[in-house]
Design a protein around this ligand. Structure first.
Ligand code: PBG
Length: 323
């Protein structure tokens, strides 16, 4: 019953047919837009390694947030870049810290937008690691206390969801317990469940000034080679109370996204990280790729692999094309 009876090209001949039988569609509601917030007023600094992305002061962040809602994007995720860094990342847990103030401002002034916060101390520590350091080692359980406080202060500032990205063992459970105790039993957690020790975070670290000052992140982020371990990480975060689980990066880990989708019932998010964005931007700037098509094809692939939600620096550009 194969050729010439079967001709798969029959349904490819007209755009209307192609649209009709298309298995995967993107929509602005699929996206979460990551934003970097800095101290000061009227500050808008382009990030050199991420063309088209900016570090914004709170007043300009509010304007940006209004644009994001207008494009039909349901949520932003905030990353804070503080003026002051120390060993324990204490400015990250300051009720009056940069992210806490940013959350408050956006929630007060912009309606209809969910504000998610990244919970991790690396942007706030002088050594750039995601945990408390002692004798060159990253301490797990001591770090959980910092994460609990940070998550609670984000909730108290009005965050709609918290997203731990540190990869310490037990942090989802610790944050869940803290939120419940503090009167936020209904606040969801999006866990960076399978976060790989990836070179594709480099432009982000440049943006946030969060490169580790010694060593690397391989003692806490995952080995790129491990699929089964990724599923264990995901299963543990689900047990500990995660509401959404995330795979990060996205495009080099589509198999992990597909496996997570197949094995888990809860929503799966995928983070198209800074390096994935910058690669496409750079190739487009060199005239080697069509930027819009590369953007849409990569986003579509991530969705086709099984992601329900995509964190992407392309959120606004993609939403504009999809309207
Ligand atoms: C850690 C964090 C990182 C990213 C998101 N949260 C950096 C890291 O683990 O080094 C990377 C995001 C990106 O590359 O776009 N707070």
């Amino acid at each position: 019953m194969a050729f010439p009876i079967q001709r798969l090209r029959r349904l490819r001949q007209h755009e209307a047919f192609r649209r009709m039988v298309r298995e995967t569609n993107l929509a602005p509601s699929d996206f979460i837009y990551p934003l970097f917030v800095v101290e000061g007023r009227d500050r808008r600094e382009e990030i050199a390694s991420m063309p088209g992305q900016f570090r914004l002061s709170v007043d300009l962040l509010v304007k940006e947030a209004r644009e994001v809602v207008a494009l039909g994007i349901p949520a932003i995720i905030l990353f804070g870049i503080p003026d002051r860094k120390d060993e324990r990342g204490s400015s990250g847990s300051d009720p009056n810290g940069i992210v806490q103030r940013a959350v408050k401002a956006v929630k007060d002034q912009v309606s209809g937008l969910m504000v998610i916060t990244d919970v991790c101390i690396d942007e706030y520590t002088d050594h750039g690691h995601c945990g408390i350091v002692k004798d060159g080692r990253i301490l797990n359980d001591e770090t959980l206390d910092c994460l609990r406080t940070m998550a609670r202060t984000h909730a108290q500032a009005g965050a709609d969801m918290v997203a731990p990205s540190d990869m310490m063992d037990g942090r989802v459970g610790a944050i869940r317990a803290e939120l419940d105790q503090a009167g936020f039993p209904e606040l969801p957690i999006m866990a960076y469940a399978a976060k790989f020790a990836s070179c594709f975070y480099a432009p982000f670290r440049d943006a946030a000034g969060s490169s580790p000052q010694f060593g690397d992140r391989q003692s806490y982020q995952m080995d790129s080679a491990n699929r089964r371990e990724a599923l264990r990480e995901i299963a543990l975060d689900v047990e500990e109370g995660a509401d959404i689980i995330m795979v990060k990066p996205a495009l080099p880990y589509l198999d992990i996204i597909a496996a997570a989708r197949a094995q888990m019932l809860l929503p799966v998010a995928a983070y198209q990280v800074s390096g994935e964005y910058s690669m496409i931007k750079a190739a487009a700037q060199a005239g080697w790729l069509d930027e819009s098509r590369a953007m849409m094809e990569s986003l579509l692939s991530i969705k086709r692999a099984g992601a329900d939600v995509i964190l992407t620096y392309f959120a606004k550009d993609a939403a504009r094309l999809l309207r």
